[in-house]
Design a protein around this ligand. Sequence first.
Ligand SMILES: [Zn+2]
Length: 181
Amino acid sequence: MIIKDTEFGEVIVRKNAWVKGVKFSISTSGRLQMSVPKYTSEFLAKRYLKSSRDAIRQQLPVKDPASQRARDYQKKQLMKKAREYLPYRLEYWAKRYGYQYEKCRLSHANTRWGSCSSNRTISLNIGLMKVPEPLRDYVILHELAHLNHMDHSKAFWAEVASHDRNYKAHERKLKLFSPGV
Ligand SMILES: [Zn+2]
């Protein structure tokens, strides 16, 4: 449920069977988010919001509605770019080094650049579109190497190194960027 609020913009209301009281937090887009017990009505949610207004102002960095929308737009653009690039880049490297994966998924997690699951699905973060190409390629090669080694063993790193001699520097530089949009 979304509540439109004149001060906070769109407020995301999440109903959760396990929540007892009301909890406020900030979503990745900078929107105010409230967790409420499962059977909370819109009327009641609005009342909670009203009575917590001062506390929210003091404690939570809610972005103004214009910045919330700007961030939505930015994310949409990044997703579009990523969709036109990352699956093809993955395919390119996979073909070149003879890897077979099942599926390419695009993600927008805040903490991971990529992952490789045991069902051979490779996830790549759309935030990769913001980093220099050698770092982007490093992430792709790293995830492809996981198809053969589901760990970070010596054998895994040796395989990464055989495709990307500078992988250590790339790994280090990647830490200067954040995957979140
Ligand atoms: Zn890894």
